[in-house]
Ligand binder design. Structure first.
Ligand code: CP
Ligand code: NVA
Length: 308
């Protein structure tokens, strides 16, 4: 019997029901892992981990996750396969699927992973592109569920660059009843076309504003990310100039709900998008978020492999 495998190139590849069911699965997998029990649905499977950008959390959580699920991970940098350089993505994709059962890839252009997925029989997981970072936001929803007991009817306020993180939050608001606010400058808007497409038939709501105080008011979740992402560090100086009002400070957080939490996907540039005090405050959950990458991605890998 052929398994029902799936690519995960963006959170919009999941239906609302799949998203909710996979969050339940992630909770169960986390409990089992902590109890020293782990199902091994990837037993005997080879998982390619292709990274064209640096990574701490994503690479290690995927490698450990693959190991815990019984599979073997192969870490592959851009020096080896040189996707689209030594040969076309179509040729590389067809060869890779002869060896690998699952491909996890972090690269620059979303269109490259779309093309790879088109030519690969093996399912493909987006481990971050310039466009979106679905594994991060999926795992963050697990953290929110643990801390706030719900992933819906909450105000999630994202401050800073309208980048891959902001766009993945928009995709989350498509599926879940989230009141998402993105406080950013007009120059760093996440993209009108992306927003319009994502919001067709959306369950949640998105407000883009340049008013950080309005976004902070009664927010349940404060979220931020670096002002200049990997591959665009040349913009760091200009971003530091225009993004100052969107830094998460103690004063900003004070306007949030009394039980609000503070999140950051990490790595953080302390003192820029978030202050040291806020990172170290009691309601900061940034390291729980990092841990949950492992449990969230195990659920996502099982879905991609048709094991749920
Ligand atoms: N948050 C995240 O994806 O971290 P890495 O870049 O270290 O993988
Ligand atoms: N926006 C950041 C996220 C890092 C996890 C980047 O792409 O560099």
């Amino acid at each position: 019997m052929t398994k029902n495998t799936h690519d995960l190139l963006a959170l919009s590849d999941l239906s609302r029901t799949e998203m909710l069911d996979l969050l339940d699965l992630a909770v169960r997998l986390k409990d089992q892992t902590r109890a020293g029990v782990c199902p091994q649905p990837l037993g005997g499977k080879a998982v390619g981990l292709i990274f064209h950008k640096p990574s701490l959390r994503t690479r290690i959580s995927f490698e450990v996750g693959v190991q815990q699920l019984g599979g073997n991970g192969l870490f592959i940098t851009d020096k080896e396969i040189q996707l689209g350089v030594r040969e076309t993505i179509a040729d590389a994709g067809r060869v890779l699927s002869r060896f690998l059962d699952l491909i996890v890839i972090r690269t620059f252009h979303q269109k490259d992973i779309e093309e790879l997925a088109e030519w690969c029989d093996a399912p493909v997981i987006n481990a971050l592109t310039d466009l979106v970072h679905p594994c991060q936001v999926f795992s963050d929803l697990l953290t929110i569920r643990e801390k706030l007991d719900t992933t819906e009817r909450i105000k999630v306020s994202y401050f800073g660059d309208g980048n891959n993180m902001a766009r993945s939050w928009i995709n989350a608001a498509k599926l879940l009843d989230i009141d998402l606010w993105i406080a950013t400058t007009p120059e760093t808007h996440p993209g009108k076309e992306f927003l319009e497409n994502a919001m067709k038939d959306a369950v949640g709501k998105v407000t883009i504003t340049d008013n950080a105080e309005a976004a902070a008011e009664n927010a349940n979740v404060f979220y931020t990310d670096v002002w200049a992402s990997m591959g665009e560090k040349d913009k760091a100086k200009e971003r530091a100039r225009i993004m100052e009002p969107f830094r998460i400070t103690e004063k900003l957080v004070a306007a949030g709900a009394s039980d609000c939490i503070v999140m950051h996907c990490l790595p953080a540039e302390r003192g820029r998008e978030i202050t040291d005090e806020v990172m170290e405050a009691e309601n900061s959950v940034v390291f729980d978020q990092a841990e949950n990458r492992l449990h969230g991605q195990k659920a996502l890998m099982m879905w991609c492999m048709g094991e749920v």
